[in-house]
Design a protein around this ligand. Structure first.
Ligand SMILES: Cc1cc2nc3c(=O)[nH]c(=O)nc-3n(C[C@H](O)[C@H](O)[C@H](O)COP(=O)(O)OP(=O)(O)OC[C@H]3O[C@@H](n4cnc5c(N)ncnc54)[C@H](O)[C@@H]3O)c2cc1C
Length: 307
């Protein structure tokens, strides 16, 4: 499907506005319809002005590296912002701090921290997203989450106003932030502890090796599909164990299946539609509810319109 033109209602920008832009090309699952308009801002001032001058009835949302997002087949109405390399700068500061733009990949932040002899951000080498997505999702693994290393995040709201939010004001919980939905994070400051760069790098290598053997990281996937449920209500079963227990490990719907290797990971075999993937997820949720009385919650963000 393609969307009607919206350009006549949008302000002039220094970056790029692209109509009917493919989002399947910029999300890990490689499915879904186009964005009515994709905006690639030249820099933060360009983005702030765009937000201030775009009529409020036009939806504006942001995509990071697209590693936790399922775009539905009908595409995304309104404007989808994709931060450009201008938002990708990473620099070491004093006192074991790192400043990172929201478009910087998590692994680049981990590497910069290691090089500067800062420990604590190693886990980011295992998360394939960008910093904006990590701030929104409270991304984490192996016992450390974004909230544990974040000092403050800088965001623009829907009016283009710049906000500096200390970590305590971001309402973090497991894979969740209470930050207003309309905020676009543009930058963050993290803090770790001083350590030997070689020791930090070794720990990062161990994380990378562990990932490669336990997760289907080269597939068209979006990582963990469901959040792990509260162990008190799930009888201690994690999300993957519940998917397995209801018999959906590797069983397809269309071109979608849960990975045989890690069965909380949804996989597109190259022929799946967004509808195949979402239908499979909902089928499994219903089976788990039926057999175990547990409500699985989607961790993957599902956005856009069905066809
Ligand atoms: C192979 C694989 C392994 C994974 N392993 C892990 C893991 O171990 N731990 C983990 O936590 N996650 C994991 N994930 C999921 C994913 O990488 C994380 O959730 C990541 O933080 C998402 O970042 P992103 O930039 O790709 O976000 P996107 O998927 O692009 O977006 C996710 C959400 O963040 C919002 N968002 C993105 N950028 C911004 C911004 N600048 N400002 C405001 N909101 C923004 C989007 O609007 C959306 O709601 C994995 C995914 C894959 C594919």
């Amino acid at each position: 499907m393609s969307w009607p033109s919206l350009l006549h209602r949008l302000p002039e920008v220094r970056g790029k506005l692209i109509e009917n832009a493919s989002l399947a090309d910029i999300t890990w699952l490689r499915v879904g319809g186009p964005a009515q308009v994709l905006f690639l801002p030249a820099d933060a001032a360009d983005l702030a002005r765009f937000l201030a001058e775009t009529p409020r009835d036009i939806d504006v949302r942001v995509l990071g590296a697209g590693s936790n997002t399922l775009v539905r087949d009908g595409g995304l109405k309104g404007v989808t912002v994709k931060l450009t390399p201008a938002f990708g700068k990473v620099e070491a500061l004093e006192n074991n701090r790192i400043r990172a733009g929201a478009a910087a990949l998590d692994k680049m932040v981990a590497k910069a921290a290691a090089k500067a002899g800062i420990a604590g951000l190693e886990f980011y080498v295992g998360v394939p997203g960008a910093i904006g997505g990590a701030l929104r999702m409270n991304a984490g693994c192996y016992g450390t989450e974004t909230k544990d290393v974040l000092v403050e995040a800088i965001a623009l709201d829907r009016t283009g106003r710049r906000i500096i939010a200390p970590v305590s004001e971001l309402g973090y919980a497991y894979r969740h932030s209470d930050a207003p939905e309309d905020w676009i994070f543009i930058e963050a400051v993290f803090e770790g502890q001083a350590d030997d760069p070689e020791a930090v790098t070794e720990r990062m290598t161990a994380i990378t090796e562990r990932r490669e053997t336990t997760q289907p990281i080269r597939e068209k996937t979006s990582g963990s599909t469901f959040k792990n449920p509260d162990p008190d209500t799930s009888g201690g079963r994690s999300a993957w164990q519940l998917v397995d227990a209801v018999g959906w490990r590797g069983k397809p719907i269309g071109g979608a299946r849960f990975s045989e290797q890690h069965c909380n990971f949804l996989i597109n075999d190259g022929t799946a539609t967004a509808s195949d993937l979402e239908t499979l997820g909902e089928t499994v949720r219903a089976a788990v509810k039926d057999q175990f009385g547990v409500e699985l919650t989607w961790e993957v963000k599902r956005i856009g319109e069905p066809v």
